[in-house]
Design a protein around this ligand. Structure first.
Ligand code: CMX
Length: 442
């Protein structure tokens, strides 16, 4: 067994006892109540999932394994001269809850490097897509096509103990994670730089630096990649992409099916695709201004026009957060250091000054503050990744770390098939009439 897997197994054995005890001693304890508005309103806030990989506090933002993002970025080992840590170290942290040493990260790097081989049929699947296809559709299909490589499926068919599900899931997850940047880079080069062709990975480079190399970007884009993959990795289990991955995997579909489904959920404009929408919306403003920076009044008018036409302001608001997203702040600080004079960055910064007040005045959004997507496209644009429909693919690579770490743990702890109960509107109407306490909105 490799060192990471060894450590993970140790953690799993410790944790199984806790889950078993909770179920055995407290299985009937009530944790939450459900209101009618939650039932009709997308299940907002109902405590109905368990994960130890990350926790999202509405005011503080995300913590991975108890660490805030600034702590994660500070504590995880870095390459010499790098500003951002190795993404491989994040995988170790998400899986085990421990900050790895440089040596432990080196071992994970070798493990990823040895799994970078992509079967030829994956390139053929990508090549068969029309060039106008959205990169998220191509990415999802390419991941899906790898399904025949699943170790979990082979072992399941042969007959495998439930206690061992996590092991082959770990193998599948690690294989897929190692391959995702290569697939994404191939899609990028094919769609946007066909004249340059495919670039093979550089075995000397880490996850983030190799991705930068494969899409032809110089420093500091290696740090941009690392930052991007790390900050997008997880946002606890209820968001659409994480929940989709978990749900699909709960039927014992393998990680290829689950990750492809996760990518499809992320591709919606209310979720990961918002990073592309922000850029599209900002371009609209820039076009109206003929390239000059708008005055505060002009900016306010653009925001109000968007709202009055019934559209949302992309990159603002959140289902859980009630303050500025720390993922926005991490990127903003990177921008202030590396690109303070960037024109788009100035637009985004100017928007930060006007949008929250307008959303408050409109009175609909519960959270008027920016989320991660308000800032991330600007960083990519600055370093020449101007094809904004590609941004969500980058988000998906990062998100796969959290989703796959969760699926490994789901299997380790024997989480069952997910199956909430639904009722009809008529039943609901009858229930609220006969049981007034059910409509208590406290
Ligand atoms: N602009 C305009 N209206 C907004 C808004 C925004 N940025 N954010 C919320 N609202 C509106 C909602 O559309 C809703 O309106 P209705 O009552 O007419 O349906 C109302 O305010 C209440 O919504 P909420 O409870 O504050 O927010 P939700 O939990 O329903 O939705 C989210 C959260 C993110 C979908 C929403 O804020 C939004 O659409 N934001 C813009 C898209 C975006 O940036 N998405 C990315 C989120 C991060 C990510 O997942 O990547």
């Amino acid at each position: 067994m490799n060192k990471l897997k060894d450590r993970l197994y140790h953690k799993i054995q410790e944790h199984r006892v806790r889950t078993t005890k909770l179920l055995k001693d407290h299985g009937d304890k009530v944790i939450d109540q459900v209101t009618v508005s939650q039932l009709i309103g997308g299940m907002r806030g109902i405590k109905s999932l368990v994960t130890d990989i990350s926790y999202l506090d509405p005011y503080e933002g995300i913590r991975y394994r108890g660490y805030t993002l600034p702590e994660v970025l500070k504590k995880l080992p870095k390459a010499e001269g790098a500003e951002m840590p190795f993404v491989e170290g994040l995988y170790y942290l998400l899986l085990t809850g421990e900050i790895p040493s440089l040596e432990e990260v080196s071992r994970v790097r070798v493990m990823f490097r040895n799994r970078r081989v992509i079967p030829r049929y994956v390139w053929q699947v990508i090549d068969s897509f029309p060039s106008e296809s959205h990169p998220m559709a191509i990415f999802s299909a390419a991941v899906m096509s790898l399904q025949r490589e699943s170790h979990f499926n082979i072992k399941y068919k042969r007959g495998m103990s439930k206690m061992d599900y996590w092991d082959s899931t770990f193998e599948d997850a690690t294989n897929l994670l190692a391959k995702m940047p290569l697939i994404a880079a191939y899609i990028y080069n094919k769609l946007y730089h066909p004249e340059k062709g495919h670039r093979y990975p550089d075995p000397s480079l880490d996850f983030g630096a190799n991705f930068a190399y494969m899409i032809g970007k110089d420093k500091p884009y290696d740090d941009v990649s690392r930052m991007y993959f790390i900050i997008h990795a997880d946002h606890e289990s209820g968001n659409v992409s994480a929940h989709t991955g978990h749900l699909v995997a709960s039927s014992l579909s393998d990680v290829y099916y689950s990750t492809s489904a996760m990518i499809n959920g992320l591709a919606g404009p209310l979720h990961g695709l918002a990073n592309q929408e922000v850029l599209r919306w900002l371009q609209g403003l820039r076009d109206q201004m003929n390239g000059r920076l708008p005055s505060e009044e002009e900016m306010k008018k653009y925001v109000w026009d968007t709202l009055n036409s019934g559209q949302v302001i992309p990159g603002y608001g959140h289902a859980v957060l009630r303050k500025t997203d720390p993922r926005y702040t991490v990127q903003r600080e990177f921008c202030l250091k590396h690109m303070p004079d960037d024109e788009l960055f100035k637009y985004v910064d100017a928007l930060y000054k006007v949008v929250p007040d307008i959303l408050r005045e409109q009175g609909k959004a519960k959270n008027p503050w920016p989320n991660v997507d308000a800032q991330s496209g600007v960083v990519q644009w600055h370093y020449g990744v101007t094809q904004f429909d590609f941004y969500t693919v980058l988000f998906a690579i990062g998100r796969a770390f959290g989703v796959l770490s969760n699926i490994i743990w789901d299997r380790a702890l024997g989480y069952p098939l997910e199956r909430p109960k639904s009722i009809t509107t008529e039943m609901l109407e009858k229930m609220v009439q006969s049981e007034p306490s059910l409509v208590n909105t406290n």
